[in-house]
Write a protein that binds this ligand. Sequence first.
Ligand SMILES: [Zn+2]
Length: 170
Amino acid sequence: MRHYTRRLAVITFFCVVPYLATTQNNRISFWSAGNSENGTISMECAQQARIFMNSAQYFPEPSNWRFVIVCDEFTWNRFTRESGQFQPRVQVYAATNLDRRTTFIRGWHLTHLDLTMGAPTPERVVAHELAHIILNTLDDDLADRQAIAWLEAADLPVLPFFEKPTPPSP
Ligand SMILES: [Zn+2]
């Protein structure tokens, strides 16, 4: 993880982002191969952060949490490999480290809908990670059940728009 510190641009949006302007002391930072040393972020990172926060506002907010939006696929692939999250046959959209109070979000997936059958919507990814945090669990099934309950309560799609719910058997 050492060489990520060079790329890390910590941006706080306290003035403009309601999600972070609460007293919960959460912050968002960005990892991107394209980040400049002076801390500016790309349009792509900013767009991903907007989508993340738009989704997160519907769900319970943690406190003292760090969210890292990994803005490009090169950096995400590197992150998953170096952090041991890489799985050859499974798409990884986010990762939460409860001990370090840090959640990593695959930014590209927030702005590019994954059309693979069964792939989660961006809202579901955000809800799922927040469920890990709020329930303080690494159990994926538990987190996903909570995420679905939150999505349904907020009237947000649980499945991608092109996927029809399985009809009940006759
Ligand atoms: Zn999970």
